[in-house]
Design a protein around this ligand. Structure first.
Ligand code: MN
Length: 229
């Protein structure tokens, strides 16, 4: 088993290193991570067609456009986290493309990992870090997700400055990583492409259903890695 295969089969270990770019094939560049389950694995909550289009077309487009934006630069050899943290060092004309497509790549890589077979629950340490009950967490994150005007994400993220979990919304494909070095622990995609085929305009129904496919083992593991820094 190669290191890459090992990372793909151990979602927990790969939790923070969403792009094992150090092992990227020649030529350097970001690669679309394999979906760690079948397209229909999240049925009936998220339909197979949505998953296929979301992963194979939307996420792939972010990866392709990120590679295009950074073509011929050493940034293609760096982990995506470093690229996003240092986006202001890029030529001004490239920045927005990298925020959009690099953020899209990073955010979706996390999103696939923190979904899967539902069940389980957040660890008591995770809930204590945010000062929530499980119901608080669900209700408040839903509030953030519903209040995100247009496309974007709602996150549970670790904020190193205060050493605690916070809830945060980001528009489009912006990511908490670019704001106070927050580390996303869990995030829900509220772009219409994430739910429109099955839920049409009913974002609230999609959010309620989404909790059934959260892989809490993966989320708890991301939290543990986040607090280690
Ligand atoms: Mn998406």
């Amino acid at each position: 088993m190669t290191r890459r295969e090992w990372l793909q089969t151990t979602g927990a270990a790969a939790a923070l290193a969403v792009t094992p770019n150090a092992f990227a094939a020649d030529p350097p560049g970001f690669t679309l991570p394999k979906l760690p389950y079948a397209f229909d694995a999240l049925e009936p909550y998220i339909d197979a067609k949505t998953m296929e289009i979301h992963h194979d077309r939307h996420h792939k487009a972010y990866v392709d456009n990120l590679n295009k934006a950074l073509e011929g630069t050493d940034w293609l050899k760096k982990p995506i986290e470093d690229v996003l943290r240092h986006v202001n060092e890029l030529p001004e004309l490239k920045r927005q493309a990298v925020i959009n497509n690099g953020g899209g790549h990073y955010n979706h890589s996390i999103f696939w990992q923190i979904m899967g077979k539902g069940g389980g629950k957040p660890s008591s340490e995770l809930l204590a870090s945010g000062g929530w009950s499980f119901d608080d967490l669900k209700n408040m994150l839903k509030g953030v997700a519903m209040n995100q005007f247009g496309s974007g994400w709602a996150w549970v993220a670790y904020y190193p400055k205060d050493k605690k979990l916070v809830l945060v919304g980001t528009p489009n494909q912006d990511t908490p990583l670019r704001h106070g070095d927050m580390i996303p622990v869990l995030g829900i995609d509220v772009w219409e492409h994430a739910y429109y085929l099955k839920y049409q305009n009913k974002r609230a129904d999609y959010i309620d259903a989404w909790w059934n496919v959260v892989n809490w083992d993966a989320v708890n593991e991301r939290f543990k890695m986040a607090i280690k820094g």
